[in-house]
Design a protein around this ligand. Structure first.
Ligand code: OTU
Length: 627
């Protein structure tokens, strides 16, 4: 069979997915047929240019489309400059990643961003060029090859909502080039911007208030949702779509295997709305997804949308788009609820909010995480809070106070990000160790507090590894790195306190990971045990449903993973005290003799209860079904 036949088969298989989505967005244009043709030609060209090893990977992934859902999958997330400190350096660190069992590596600030302030790399001047400070295209290809030979997929950001004001498209637009002006949203005066502003929120109210920036060169206002130097792209122009398809094809042919589609919620603007999660966004993402599936099927898409559950679920495709939009999306709610339950020692809200979560297609995976390179916003719905007898606003205030270390009894060392006096909203920065109380306990030399903080962190790692998604570890959290004490010293970072929780990799601390008496050793070894157990627990494959059990126990979070091999029940104790779970909860799910796949032992049932120690986490299956 010729490659051409393979392309034709894939095109036929995905044509409707591509056509319907493009039609929905651009179908009324007179040049729609020409646009469609140009897209397909671009895909065919990319397929012809696709290097041999990647064609093989395409076939492998055709055969195994759920590769990113596997229980053996583990993600690691790092800034190249903080981990490498360049691409060659990253290539030299692959043994470290292998030790953890990483199968997916998301590298940030990799493609060429503007000099000076660049929003942590999210202000791109060249979508397909490597940042010269980090290496060359050849270095990137070498890294991709090295990763692929170890079975690690490289994930790279595709910043879809905006590019830097120094990007050649933006420079041309600013200079008056009509073709490129239509790549952005330009306004001759404040009339339309003011009308839009009436319903637009602000993402960075502190350092980037408003959603429009005056461009001196053109004398026009430009749509800038994020910072003034990040110009929103005009996706109603099919030329923008075609450009991004070309970018995806180029990067995929270098060996990139996952695209993290940044800030996708904002891609489509509509007067009178918050211009987030508009229908056209889902169509555009479905069309982009189809493009990868046709020309470079090895590639998966991860949507970054930090939005409410009902909107979020649509990034996996709802209704006619079921399973066709993104393969992976961040489970922001799980992350927020971990921190919320930990602070309050009460899982009632978590259980309620996550039990209410909509079902997902079985072809997708949640990206499960404890924290990422961004701040944490307290995305707790007022409805959910009210349903469990809390006041949403008061609880969010409590969480900000707790994690900023302002609440009595809190050991957290987080920092406040984007205080908004209008809404009283305060987002939080901080590394895992800083927020979980490990950093403060170490600074005090408080051994008992250190012990508890380690358990708290292992609880979190067990939760993200045991939820049935793709766990994403942020670099350094595996060894408990504290906040970066020097983040303000770099003038390009000083204005953005998220750099507080993007420390440099501490190689000396990492060396201690093999010393079982060190904090690093205890955290790293604890994580390895979790990851090792996960790998042999098929119930944790992301394609199986995760059901939250409403046990009525206010201190435990309990979830069931139903599988032909028998149900697995995850139990997580969010308190420093001992808790007891009714054995009936387990028996109802067929777990009569609870064997903990995480701890490796049988849990004794005493007086119809199982005992869970401080911050205990158990993955329970029926012992008789195991043998
Ligand atoms: C994303 O962030 C990136 O992760 C940030 O690092 C960038 O600053 C931003 O896009 C702009 O490129 O857009 O849909 O707390 O979660 O800014 C969500 C706010 C985003 C971030 C939000 C996020």
């Amino acid at each position: 069979m010729r490659d051409r036949d393979l392309f034709t088969l894939r095109l036929a298989h995905r044509f409707d997915q591509l056509y319907e989505a493009l039609q929905a967005v651009y179908g009324t244009r007179a040049d729609f047929d020409a646009v469609l043709q140009r897209v397909i030609v671009r895909l065919a060209e990319a397929h012809v240019a696709r290097p041999e090893p990647l064609r093989l990977l395409d076939i492998e992934r055709d055969l195994s489309p759920g590769w990113f859902q596997k229980e053996s999958m583990l993600g690691y997330v790092a800034y190249v400059e903080r981990f490498g400190p360049d691409l060659t350096g990253v290539t030299e660190q692959l043994d470290y990643l292998d030790e953890l069992g990483v199968g997916y590596l998301h590298l940030m600030k990799l493609m060429h961003a503007r000099a000076g302030e660049n929003d942590g790399g999210y202000a791109i001047v060249d979508y397909t060029g490597v940042d010269p400070a980090l290496g060359t295209t050849e270095d990137l290809v070498a890294l991709c090859d090295a990763l692929r030979s170890r079975g690690i997929a490289l994930c790279v950001d595709l910043v879809l909502n905006h590019c830097a004001q120094e990007h050649p498209w933006a420079l041309a637009a600013s200079a008056g080039d009509a073709r490129y002006r239509d790549y952005f949203h330009f306004f001759p005066d404040r009339t339309l911007p003011d009308a839009y502003e009436a319903t637009l929120p602000e993402v960075f109210p502190d350092f980037a208030p408003g959603n429009f920036t005056f461009d001196e060169t053109s004398g026009h206002w430009v749509w800038t949702t994020f910072n003034r130097y990040q110009w929103d792209l005009n996706w109603s122009n099919p030329e923008v779509f075609l450009e991004i398809v070309q970018v995806m094809m180029t990067l995929a042919n270098l060996g990139v295997e996952v695209f993290r589609l940044d800030a996708v919620a904002f891609m489509w603007k509509r007067m009178g709305t918050d211009s987030q999660n508009q229908e056209e966004v889902y169509d555009l993402l479905q069309a982009l997804r189809a493009c990868s599936a046709i020309a470079t099927p090895a590639v998966a898409h991860k949507a970054e949308a930090i939005v409410s559950p009902d909107d979020l679920i649509r990034y996996f495709g709802v209704g006619k788009r079921h399973g066709k939009v993104a393969n992976i999306a961040y489970h922001n709610s799980l992350m927020v609820q971990y921190w919320s339950s930990l602070a309050s020692g009460d899982t009632t809200l978590m259980t309620h909010a996550l039990a209410e979560f909509p079902r997902t297609p079985d072809s997708i995976a949640w990206g499960t995480y404890i924290r990422c390179h961004d701040d944490i916003g307290w995305a707790i719905a007022d409805d959910d809070a009210t349903a469990v007898g809390l006041n949403g606003q008061a609880h969010r205030v409590f969480l900000s106070d707790w994690y900023a270390g302002l609440f009595p009894g809190s050991d957290a060392l987080g920092g406040v990000f984007q205080y908004n006096p209008d809404t009283n909203d305060r987002r939080i920065n901080g590394s895992f160790a800083a927020l979980a109380g490990l950093q403060a306990a170490r600074e005090r030399g408080d051994e008992a507090a250190i012990d508890l903080a380690i358990e708290r962190m292992l609880l979190g790692n067990a939760l993200i590894c045991g939820f049935g998604g793709l766990p994403l570890l942020y670099m350094g959290d595996e060894i408990g790195l504290p906040n970066d004490a020097h983040w303000q010293e770099d003038p390009a970072h000083a204005g953005d306190s998220r750099w507080m929780h993007r420390p440099m990799m501490d190689r000396a601390a990492a060396q201690r990971r093999h010393d079982p008496s060190s904090v690093e050793g205890r955290l790293f070894d604890g994580l390895l045990q979790i990851v090792t157990a996960r790998r042999t627990t098929p119930q944790l494959n992301a394609r199986y449903d995760t059901d939250v059990l409403r046990t009525g126990h206010p201190r435990l979070f309990t979830i069931a993973h139903r599988h032909p091999l028998g149900t697995l029940i995850g139990v997580y104790n969010f308190t420093a005290g001992t808790q007891w779970l009714r054995a009936g909860v387990l028996a109802d799910e067929g777990v009569h003799r609870p064997l903990d796949r995480l701890g490796g032992s049988l849990l004794p049932v005493v007086d119809d209860h199982v005992e869970l120690g401080p911050y205990a986490r158990c993955w329970l299956v029926d012992a008789s079904a195991e043998s």
